[in-house]
Ligand binder design. Structure first.
Ligand code: ADQ
Length: 535
């Protein structure tokens, strides 16, 4: 691993704990969502500081709570207080009404309110100020996700000299999509101030390189081992693909506990040992929950013999409920559940069990173990950790994973999963039918492969590979994917003119992925095999 002499300063919109008010005072709760889950699991021994919002405003004194929360962690917690206006216009507004839908290819859901941009800049400066007060020169500042894409520019302006990295947990959109963003150039320019820029998949990195090519043509791009080097002026960034994983061993061990096995058996008994299909998601329109319900309805209509013998348990954790699109989604999902149950319920069988709450880890594990089919069908997703958690908890190798081709997990897990297009309800219905009728032997061999992949590509490997990509503080000795960092400085980096168009874009692909693409007669890059994915 690339040596970090100082600490890791981890920066994300939310801290892993949230302060909640109740009648008698305040208490701490765990943050939900993929980013907090993954980082908490992976960050064990490295000393450091985690900077983020704890759910509180400027007038609230929460230091003692954060000190208590940091007990038994290797890092301390430092909060960035946000005002109500900032929560509304930075978090709900710019981050979740512009970037989130745009980066998930849903531009019609965007609300390009210019005031959101003003507040986004202000809050990014606010985060950067706290980081600048905290970071020393030999620390590594690791910024996470789309809420904080402008922090690098502010940090450099503030004179911060620590090395800095950025990881995008969500997809990076194609140039045609990113072009719609009125503030695309300052965002790209700020991202280029980071020393390492990481994406979940090759497709995201390819999109980023294509956006640079189109929108900042002066930027230089070069391949360097498994990574790219991009830069302007005197600064270079390593751009890499780092698919995120889970703490496989912890999931596997916990799933083996006798009480989890007993509860899972109880759930199975209650559904009369029929086929149990499981969906677990944040209630978000990118997760494809209405589409999934419609596919399940189609299954019951097309294959009447399945009625009474297959049950869908759909668990959703409430999310971003203050945003209008999300309120509407909840109504849509609940209406569909009641329509399906109204159409098909028989004495002793309810086709859809709908759970709308945050489940504890044990309850989640129980459902993962009890399920016969894990149905993970987002319309678009950076990775999707639920797919990986389901595999890790399948210790008796009985379950089948049905996964969307548009989740980062789709290409990565295609060897053992049934990969579907979530917009093709007939295909998803057929996949459910096939999974329900798959032989025990077939299920076992597929799940064995899946579990091996998830075990190998775990969260510890993700962190290690990201930190390994950090260029050395001392440019002369650093390495970026095996190539000496100093070799890339100055004139040796080629101008984009020598590497135009498709060649430049093709360079954004890892060697493993390049074979899956071809340059057509029209000089456009085409996917030549169905699964274009990770290294
Ligand atoms: P998310 O969009 O939050 O993360 P995901 O990767 O699926 O998506 O993670 C969700 C997490 O929440 C999982 O760990 C899951 O166990 C948990 N969860 C979901 N529903 C729950 C419930 N009802 N009760 C309790 N826990 C629940 C973002 C990106 C993803 C990317 C992650 C990590 O959108 O694409 O995989 O970051 O990089």
């Amino acid at each position: 691993m690339n040596e970090i002499k100082g600490r890791v300063i981890n920066v994300s919109n939310r801290l892993p704990v949230l302060v909640r008010k109740y009648a008698g005072g305040t208490r701490l709760e765990r943050s939900s969502g993929g980013l907090a889950t993954a980082l908490e699991a992976g960050w064990r021994d490295q000393p450091g500081v985690w900077i983020g919002w704890a759910g509180t405003g400027p007038d609230e004194q929460i230091e003692p709570l954060l000190v208590r929360a940091a007990h038994r962690r290797s890092y301390t917690l430092r909060s960035v207080a946000l005002t109500d206006e900032e929560i509304a216009k930075f978090y709900s507004g710019f981050a979740n009404e512009i970037i989130w839908p745009l980066f998930h290819d849903m531009p019609s859901r965007c609300n390009f309110d210019p005031e959101y941009w003003e507040i986004y800049q202000r809050v990014n400066r606010k985060f950067a100020k706290v980081v600048a007060e905290t970071a020393k020169d030999d620390d590594f500042v690791w910024v996470h996700d789309y809420h904080l894409m402008l922090t690098a520019a502010s940090l450099r302006e503030a004179g911060v000299r620590a090395r800095m990295g950025f990881f995008l947990h969500i997809p990076f959109p194609s140039p045609d999509m990113f072009d719609k963003l009125p503030w695309k150039k300052p965002i790209l320019q700020s991202l280029l101030q980071f020393d390492v820029i990481g994406f979940q998949g090759d497709r995201d990195r390819l999109n980023f390189a294509s956006c640079l090519e189109r929108m900042l043509p002066e930027v230089m791009i070069e391949r360097s081992g498994p990574h790219l080097l991009v830069g302007q002026g005197g600064h270079r960034s390593v751009v890499g693909t780092f698919p995120i994983g889970i703490d496989f061993d912890a999931f596997e061990q916990d799933a083996q506990r006798p009480e989890i096995a007993a509860h899972a058996a109880e759930i199975r008994k209650r559904v009369s040992d029929d086929v149990l299909v499981l969906g677990v998601d944040r209630l978000d329109y990118t997760k494809g929950i209405p589409e999934r319900l419609k596919s399940f309805r189609l299954l019951l209509r097309r294959f009447p013999e399945m009625r009474g013998h297959i049950t869908l348990v759909q668990v959703v954790v409430p999310s971003r409920e203050e945003i209008p699109n999300y309120k509407h989604l909840r109504r849509e999902v609940e209406l569909l559940v009641s329509q399906i149950n109204g159409e098909f319920t028989e004495p002793g069988w309810v086709p859809v069990h709908y759970i709308h709450r945050n489940l504890g880890r044990d309850e989640l594990l129980t459902y993962y173990r009890a399920a016969d089919i894990g149905l993970v069908t987002p319309l678009k997703d950076g990775m999707n950790l639920v797919a990986k958690e389901f595999c890790a908890a399948q210790i008796d190798e009985r379950g089948v994973l049905v996964v969307s081709e548009f989740a980062g997990a789709g290409p990565e897990l295609r060897c053992g999963a049934i990969v579907v297009n979530p917009n093709d309800f007939a295909e998803v219905a057929q996949a459910l039918y096939d999974a329900a009728h798959m032989s025990a032997e077939d299920k076992r061999s597929r799940m064995r492969v899946l579990r091996q992949i998830v075990k190998d590509h775990n969260v510890h490997r993700w962190i290690r590979s990201f930190l390994d990509a950090i260029p050395s503080a001392d440019g002369a000795k650093g390495s970026a994917g095996g190539v000496s960092w100093s070799q890339t400085a100055g004139s040796k980096v080629r101008q984009d003119k020598t590497m135009p168009g498709v060649a430049l874009v093709a360079a954004a692909l890892s060697p493993a992925a390049r074979s899956r693409y071809a340059i057509g007669k029209d000089a456009k890059l085409r996917v030549v095999s169905a699964a274009a994915g990770e290294d």
